[in-house]
Ligand binder design. Structure first.
Ligand SMILES: C[S@@+](CC[C@H](N)C(=O)[O-])C[C@H]1O[C@@H](n2cnc3c(N)ncnc32)[C@H](O)[C@@H]1O
Length: 359
């Protein structure tokens, strides 16, 4: 058993749920030693941190807890860069650790230079800063060595270089991964997105080894998804199959009899240039609710594991929030659910709520 620290992203509750759901879907047993808004410390038998960090949208770093600095550097270079990242409250031992590290590198005859965070008053390195160096994490009483870091360039590459683009109507790659993992999907499962747009969720699921199905009522979205999925297959040498269906999501049960999981961001209403008035928001909610209800009733018939479904939460000009409450209809169907979990993004005006519906 090894002990790992998982540094959580900016929606910590969601990141925790995602992490546990990811491990449970793969039957990876773990013992939780500590969990906070900053990090989760888990004892796990066998994982590949490099693979986990690629699969998880809500985890920033994975570090191995170490008892001493003895095995800190296993490489062969005699010149290295290193950093100390302090998460949570500062401990008094930081200066002592600095001295210990100096002594360690001296003993190993390695010329080591320390790197500091670019941001003022931030005691830890951002994922992009933490690439290609030795990072020692201090968190509570733990000392850990970073093994894998979220790679923003990889996300950017997939997001901006795929052939079909539609930025205003597309979930981020980060959110796509969170939804897939919350759905409990594991490699070789079938994942359906009944509002697939240009295919972000299904492209990420395909990269994680799942068979995918996308539905969209717009022909150009189906064509865009096809281009993107073909590009992913070629670029990442990925052999998983996909199926695209040009249809209304309400007709899903006509085309499919069974899928393992659903992960989707449905149509969230008309694009809003400014905050809506309460009356406008109420009108959009009244328009969306019957669509969501009909689609969900049909998805329930064909889904084996979980349905992860986003609903919008409208913030009105009067700063009042208007959510869409799915709870009564799920309870009526006797379904249990978790959430809704609020997901906010710095680049989006719309607030999203994520429902994890269990069969
Ligand atoms: C928010 S976008 C989906 C984003 C997408 N999940 C992604 O990964 O990029 C919503 C999509 O739903 C489609 N749509 C709207 N109403 C629909 C319906 N009744 N049935 C199927 N697709 C629909 C729209 O064409 C649009 O592409």
């Amino acid at each position: 058993m090894q002990k790992y620290i998982f540094i959580l992203g900016r929606n910590p509750e969601l990141s925790q749920k995602e992490l546990f759901s990811y491990l449970e879907a793969r039957k990876i047993s773990y013992t939780m030693e500590d969990c906070s808004d900053i990090a989760c410390v888990l004892e796990i038998k066998n994982i590949s941190p490099e693979k986990c960090i690629k699969d998880l949208g809500g985890i920033q770093k994975i570090a191995l807890v170490i008892d001493s600095l003895d095995s800190l550097y296993m490489g062969t270079k005699n010149k290295v860069r290193y950093a100390i990242s302090q998460y949570g409250e500062e401990t008094k031992e930081e200066d002592y650790l600095r001295l210990q590290l100096k002594a360690y590198f001296k003993k190993e005859k390695i010329k080591a230079t320390i790197k500091k965070s670019h941001r003022e008053q931030q005691e830890y390195l951002n994922p992009s800063e933490a690439q290609n160096l030795i990072e020692i994490i201090q968190y509570k009483n733990y000392l850990a060595k970073t093994l894998a870091v979220f790679n923003p360039r990889d996300y950017k590459f997939r997001d901006t270089k795929r052939p079909a683009q539609r930025p205003l109507h597309t979930v981020s790659i980060r959110l796509a991964k969170i939804l897939i993992n919350l759905s409990g999907a594991k490699p070789r499962d079938t994942v359906l997105d009944p509002f697939c747009g240009i295919g972000t969720i299904i492209q990420e699921a395909m990269l994680m080894g799942m068979e995918v199905i996308g539905i969209d009522k717009e022909k150009f979205c189906i064509e865009a998804s096809k281009q993107n999925l073909d590009w992913i297959r070629k670029e990442y040498n990925c052999a998983e199959s996909y199926r695209l269906i040009h249809s209304d999501a309400r007709q899903v049960a006509k085309y499919l009899t069974s899928v393992d999981c659903v992960a989707t961001e449905p149509y969230l209403g008309p694009f809003l240039k400014k905050y809506p008035t309460e009356k406008e928001a109420r009108r959009i909610v009244q328009e969306l609710f019957p669509l969501y209800q009909e689609v969900l009733y049909n998805l329930i018939k064909i889904t084996k594991k979980r349905i992860v479904f986003i609903t919008p939460r409208f913030r009105t000009t009067a700063k009042k929030d208007m959510p869409i409450n799915l709870a009564p209809l799920l309870e009526k169907k006797g379904l249990s659910f978790e959430g809704p979990f609020l997901y906010s993004s710095p680049t989006s005006r719309i607030l999203r709520e994520i429902w994890v519906i269990k069969k």
